[in-house]
Design a binder for this molecule. Structure first.
Ligand code: CUA
Length: 346
């Protein structure tokens, strides 16, 4: 040895590279074991997502067998038949143009694809079946939040899609600006939301609960902050939610901080962009008539509470890049009044 440690030899380098790669691979694989994975497509919470999973499982199994077989053969070929130093023997037998092999490796993949196509096509047709007696909701994608219009019920909301569990929901998907994609993994696959075009999707939640999702088409600076939540209720709770959405919030008592907030709401321009039943008809931002019936705001990016509202109102684009809502230059006092007003919007 002339002063080198084994770590610096080509073999040592190769070993270290192998170690790094396998550690990275193991970490990536282990990340799939997370307990808290609310957007896991392998945990369906409704018939549509379950049907998709039931198709992807056998397809994944077939693909897995093909992967292991092909990679195994490649590894054997590389290790066994590679050229070695001092190899002077004759060239191995060439198989180019071998009819039996050519037919074999064309026919076998074709048969595998055909076998996969049968359940795939059946599932596509199944999923395209219009559900009976669905709740109809129009979903409108905005940079960077979701609008929900229940035209049959005469109400509209934002960010949290309220639905009854155990009843199909049919979504009509539209966009006001750029391409978004609507995806609530526990309930269904994703569907693009395209300006100038109307798309449809439908799903059903088995049980009441909160199902998380998000925009899955890059749509600008806050694409990652454009989250979605589906809140499934029991029938009775859903009816109660609808009834509450139909009642306008009472006007704040004169002289109260909330009443000052209502004045600021009009004076500072909030009313130009936001609808509040009986007060304003702005269409640019989310409908705030029943803001307090939701537990999140700003594309479901923040939990709805006074602290978060304050941070938001101080400078929206600072906490949500690309936010259409600008920094309105509000004073601390105005923010306090606005929060007091927003808290009356039950
Ligand atoms: Cu909307 Cu990405």
């Amino acid at each position: 040895m002339n002063g080198f440690t084994s770590g610096d030899t080509p073999t040592g380098k190769r070993l270290r590279r192998f170690g790094t790669l396998s550690t990275a691979g193991a970490l990536l694989a282990l990340s799939a074991c997370s307990e808290n994975a609310p957007q896991d497509t392998m945990e369906p919470a409704g018939p549509i997502s379950r049907q998709v999973l039931h198709l992807s499982e056998p397809v994944f199994a077939v693909a897995g067998v093909v992967f292991v077989l092909v990679m195994g053969l490649v590894t054997v070929a590389v290790l066994r038949f590679r050229e070695r130093p001092g190899d002077t023997g004759p060239e191995p037998r060439q198989i180019h143009g071998n009819t039996r092999l050519e037919v074999g490796w064309t026919l076998i993949p074709a048969l595998i694809l055909f076998a996969i196509a049968i359940p795939t096509i059946a599932t596509i047709f199944d999923l395209a079946q219009k559900p009976k007696d669905p709740l109809k909701v129009t979903v409108v994608g905005h940079q960077f939040w979701w609008e929900y219009r229940y035209d049959d019920l005469g109400i509209s909301s934002a960010n949290e899609l309220n639905i009854p569990a155990g009843r199909p929901v049919e979504l009509t998907l539209e966009s006001i600006d750029v391409i978004h994609s609507y995806w609530i993994p526990p309930l269904a696959g994703k569907t693009d939301v395209i300006p100038g075009r109307t798309n449809h999707m439908h799903f059903e939640a088995d049980e009441p609960g909160r199902y998380l999702g998000q925009c899955t088409e890059f749509c600008g600076l806050s694409h990652a902050n454009m989250r979605a939540v589906a809140v499934a209720h029991t029938r009775a709770n859903f009816d109660a939610w609808v009834a509450a959405q139909r009642v306008a919030a009472p006007a704040p008592t004169e002289g109260s901080p909330a009443a000052e907030g209502l004045t600021a709401f009009s004076a500072k321009g909030c009313a130009g962009c936001h609808t509040v039943g009986g007060v304003s008809e702005g269409k640019v931002g989310p409908n705030l008539s029943h803001l307090q019936s939701r537990s999140t705001f700003a594309g479901s990016m923040f939990a709805l509470n006074a602290d978060n509202l304050r941070t938001w109102l101080e400078d929206p684009p600072a906490v949500k890049p690309g936010s259409v809502m600008p920094d309105l230059g509000l004073t601390d006092e105005e923010i306090t009044q606005l929060i007091a007003y927003l808290e009356t919007l039950k």
